[in-house]
Design a protein around this ligand. Structure first.
Ligand code: IPD
Length: 271
């Protein structure tokens, strides 16, 4: 049942702003992608890339938010970070799945979340090349375009299709590969989509049974986490802890717990 708080005018306004910002950024990214798109800069390693389009998308979103919600704070992947005075903070990933975008693969998204008092109120994950927009409002459910989303009921662990992702630094990847080596023989299969935001939405839409990853940043998971939770998923980090850069786990009740326990046992939360 929809929580009456989901009807509050602030949430409705934040959702409308997030949807419009994501739509505009998505249009820029889809129509403005140069054929010879290259790497503009690197971050944590030589394969952690930024393109000119990540920067242009963040600029567009930041300018739009400044116009519509001038008193809010913003935290963005490509460096924008400031506090506002309204108590609302936007958490934005101008392209989640940059490597997919660079290679012309479809799984990339604009991810925009609005938080207040430590809670994510609204999340939008717009994936133009998939022609899909996911959104969620705290207490108001999750949707793919207009369709309400519900997670797939938990299968037995050995029949689960599990999504995951890898960091950009070799030492971390070596450890992540070790966890996958142990998990793969125990489950139906593993998927590595390349966008954490879309992976979380895929859990919400029943396209994955569950998802986990170590090393995400708030802009990777803020919007997708709300979409997954509002579709009925449990999300968290290590047992008893909130999801964080250390570990992100999402899945339906009945699968979330054994997956989280497996990841704890294998030390998937450290390098
Ligand atoms: C990355 C994607 C990827 C995940 C990485 C993230 P970016 O975000 O979400 O799926 O495995 O950990 O850094 O760099 O494309 O915004």
């Amino acid at each position: 049942m929809t929580d009456p708080a989901a009807q509050d005018p602030l949430r409705a306004e934040l959702l409308a702003v997030a949807l419009e910002a994501a739509r505009r950024a998505g249009e820029l990214l889809r129509d403005g992608r140069p054929d010879d798109l290259g790497v503009a800069a690197t971050k944590s390693s030589a394969v952690d890339v930024v393109t000119e389009m990540d920067l242009a998308s963040e600029k567009l979103i930041t300018a739009f938010l400044a116009d519509r919600r001038p008193d809010d704070g913003v935290l963005g992947e490509e460096g924008v970070s400031f506090e506002g005075t309204s108590g609302v903070q936007w958490v934005i990933d101008p392209i989640d799945g940059t490597v997919n975008y660079l290679y012309g693969r479809p799984d990339w998204a604009v991810s925009i979340a609005a938080r207040k008092d430590g809670e994510t109120l609204v999340g939008v994950v717009h994936a133009p090349a998939r022609r899909e927009t996911y959104h969620a409002v705290l207490g108001g459910g999750a949707h793919l375009d207009d369709r309400p989303l519900r997670v797939r009921p938990a299968p037995p662990f050995e029949q689960a299709l599990i999504g995951t992702g890898f960091g950009y630094v070799a030492e971390r990847r070596a450890r992540q590969a070790e966890v996958v080596r142990l998990l793969l023989p125990r489950v139906r299969d593993i998927r590595r989509g390349g966008s954490a935001a879309i992976d979380l939405c895929d859990v919400a839409a029943g396209r994955l049974d569950a998802y986990y990853e170590r090393g995400l940043n708030p802009w990777d998971f803020a919007a997708g986490d709300l979409v997954a939770r509002e579709a009925g998923a449990l999300t968290g980090g290590r047992p008893g802890q909130a999801l964080s850069g250390e570990l992100t786990v999402a899945g339906p009740p009945g699968l979330f717990e054994p997956l989280q326990a497996f990841l704890e046992e294998q030390g998937a939360w450290h390098d």
